[in-house]
Design a protein around this ligand. Structure first.
Ligand SMILES: [Zn+2]
Length: 274
């Protein structure tokens, strides 16, 4: 068996959580990450017949959604109550590798202090199901609290169209990175199946969904793509927060946006232009 701490997926989990902590997006136990793993790759690092213990299906919440599309799939995921700050120091305590079963999840590695998957696991699973239905290559879901994106929630209208349009206008390359725009949910109670369902609904149309006054849910085929998507939205929101209270004399017009999108051949959401 190869050393799991040297595996690319553990290294990526450490890198992404450390980066998000360093950027100030994931204070205390804020944020969570789940990463769909390839069984053949995982077999090189773990005996998949060795189940350490079973965890109730969705951790803190009793839920009744259909988990069938994820049955017997493997995820590496951050733990409930764990701090991103500590993942690099003790990955085997703060991360776990689980296999999804109908009635519970099987812990195959990690959570060595008796911990379990993030309390947002229902939302993660619902988002994986939604994204896999539109892109079978989707593997990553990240929840995070990027600072300027949250700040912008307090001072900007929260419709998908208006929020996306403003973000597109803040940096030239935004419309290339997220041509579909972003989805925005109104403030809702987190940790519930309801917010998970609403997020998953939006995830059919958008790779990134904003939870107003809370944070973002982002998805992607790779850790880099997913993290890069959050970074780009957060950068645009930062520009907005820097300029929104100043006299603005220049802008990226809708014609400019069309020019960029056509040049880079991206299929942007045309109804989000004015
Ligand atoms: Zn959160």
């Amino acid at each position: 068996m190869k050393n799991i701490l040297e595996s690319p997926f553990v290294k990526e989990m450490i890198e992404v959580t450390s980066n998000m902590y360093r950027l100030g997006w994931d204070e205390r136990n804020g944020g969570n990450v789940s990463y769909l793993l390839d069984e053949d790759e995982l077999k090189e690092y773990l005996n998949l017949n060795n189940v350490i213990r079973n965890i109730p299906l969705m951790g803190l919440n009793e839920v009744d959604f259909d988990i069938t599309p994820l049955l017997n799939k493997y995820f590496i995921v951050t733990g409930t109550g764990k701090y991103f700050k500590n993942v690099a120091k003790a990955p085997e305590v703060n991360l776990g590798i689980v296999r999804i079963k109908k009635e519970h999840i099987e812990l195959l590695w990690g959570f060595e202090d008796g911990g379990r998957t993030t309390s947002e696991f229902p939302a993660h699973m619902l988002c994986h199901i939604a994204r896999l239905s539109v892109n079978p290559k989707n593997r990553v879901i990240i929840h995070s609290h990027p600072t300027n994106t949250l700040a912008m929630n307090y001072v900007h209208e929260l419709s998908d169209k208006d929020f996306s349009h403003t973000l597109w206008q803040m940096c030239t390359e935004c419309i290339v990175v997220f041509p579909e725009g972003v989805g925005v949910l109104p403030w809702m109670l987190c940790g519930t199946v309801e917010i998970g369902m609403e997020t998953a609904k939006k995830m059919h149309d958008f790779r990134l969904v904003i939870w107003a006054m809370h944070g973002v849910y982002a998805s992607g085929e790779t850790m880099d793509e997913t993290f890069g998507l959050i970074e780009t939205v957060e950068k645009a929101a930062q520009i907005y927060m820097l300029i929104s209270d100043k006299k603005q004399i220049n802008t990226i017009t809708d014609n400019n946006l069309i020019e960029i999108a056509e040049f880079f051949k991206v299929n942007y959401r045309k109804e989000f232009l004015n």
